[in-house]
Design a protein around this ligand. Structure first.
Ligand SMILES: NC(=O)c1ccc[n+]([C@@H]2O[C@H](COP(=O)([O-])OP(=O)(O)OC[C@H]3O[C@@H](n4cnc5c(N)ncnc54)[C@H](OP(=O)(O)O)[C@@H]3O)[C@@H](O)[C@H]2O)c1
Length: 275
């Protein structure tokens, strides 16, 4: 059965990391609906294949590659999969990420590094491997960040630091590669519904469920995917999702002490609340 499909991205190829589940999977579906061919990625072969099959059954052009995006050789294979399957690469969305529920004082150094690496090198390595093809296509690169990178968040040190680094990386590369016509953007995502099996790391590196969030504060994965799609099509520099995200941005810039007070107060009420 074929989904209703527009053709505004027909002929374009998108590589979306961490797209076997969650927001990445819905973003892949949104790009497919616009006519793009999409390369899916994740580390769990079975789950990745089931996502590939589900999208293929909807009539979409999809390929998949199991690859750990913190491993550069694996990223080269990931990009080679895109080229072998579709012959070009126009859009890269670095969405793969590991999050945490752990206070810095308790965290094993190796866990800090794992979370940071997944957010920083997990964006740097796929981009580095894909860069020649993206330049050739005058394409688009989007780093998926979080609203928690705008102000920092207790219990999210490595995650927030990694997500915040992406904004500077995008801007530096925008300047360095201005002549290429390549688009660099960052999307700061706010609270979003999660797959029931989503896990984050605790201080010892064990996977644990994410903390409870009031459902009324969350966007659906499909809503977030639609915003990411619009961001890429408009080649925006920065998209901050949700009123809360925009409020954090303004308060952090104009009234930083008030921002910190709100974070600390809300944390006392709902510990480990943020993503
Ligand atoms: N959900 C939210 O409320 C929220 C809020 C702010 C920002 N975000 C951001 O939105 C993005 C998607 O989040 P999500 O909620 O959809 O999380 P998710 O369901 O956990 O999806 C993350 C995906 O990344 C993959 N992944 C993790 N590490 C990887 C690695 N080293 N190599 C390859 N794949 C890897 C995971 O699969 P495997 O583990 O199988 O590899 C999974 O498919 C992330 O960048 C997240 O930080 C989400």
């Amino acid at each position: 059965m074929f989904n209703k499909k527009s053709t505004s991205l027909a002929g374009q190829v998108a590589l979306i990391t961490g797209s076997e589940s969650g927001i990445g999977r819905e973003t892949a579906r949104a790009f497919c609906r616009q006519g793009a061919a999409v390369v899916l990625n994740g580390r769990q072969a079975e789950r990745l294949e089931s996502t590939r099959q589900a999208l293929a059954a909807e009539g979409f052009q999809v390929a998949a590659c199991v690859a750990d995006v913190t491993d550069y050789a694996a990223c080269e294979r990931l990009v080679a999969t895109a080229i072998a399957a579709f012959g070009r690469l126009d859009i890269l969305i670095t969405n793969a990420s590991i999050s945490q529920r752990a206070y810095f004082a308790d965290m094993q150094p190796a866990v800090f590094r794992q979370v940071l690496d997944s957010n920083v090198y997990g964006s740097v390595y796929p981009l580095k491997a894909a860069l020649p093809y993206l330049i050739q296509a005058r394409g688009s690169v989007t780093f998926i960040s979080s609203i928690s990178a705008l102000n920092g968040m207790p219990s999210g040190s490595a995650y927030c630091a990694g997500k915040a680094a992406l904004a500077n990386l995008a801007h530096t590369l925008r300047l360095e590669l201005a002549a290429t016509g390549l688009h660099f953007g960052v999307v700061h995502i706010g609270f979003t519904q999660n797959d029931p099996d989503k896990r984050v790391l605790n201080a010892a590196g064990q996977p644990v469920p994410i903390a409870h969030r009031p459902p009324r504060w969350q966007k659906s994965q499909a809503q977030v995917a639609a915003i990411i799609l619009r961001h890429v099509r408009r080649r925006q520099r920065r998209t901050v999702i949700s009123g809360l995200g925009r409020l954090i941005l303004v308060v952090h810039a104009l009234l930083p002490r008030l921002g910190d007070w709100v974070v600390l107060t809300s944390q006392r009420r709902l510990r480990n609340f943020y993503e």
